[in-house]
Ligand binder design. Structure first.
Ligand code: ZN
Length: 60
């Protein structure tokens, strides 16, 4: 098997990913277990401020 000799730069990598939409990572959306809002994984919920079973952002 051919092994890449040099690591490609960030610019090369990013330019390649911009040109090939199939190599882009799909944006994952899950739902908040508390308020059932669509949320991004590993981030606190925007509407209720919950993450990991407790409130981490103050909400009104
Ligand atoms: Zn929530």
């Amino acid at each position: 098997m051919g092994v890449p000799k040099k690591r490609k730069s960030k610019m090369r990598r990013n330019r390649r990913r911009a040109a090939n939409s199939n190599l882009r990572e799909a944006v994952q959306v899950t739902e908040c277990p508390k308020c059932r809002e669509p949320i991004l994984p590993h981030r606190a919920c925007k509407s209720c401020g919950y993450y990991g079973g407790r409130e981490v952002i103050a909400t009104e």
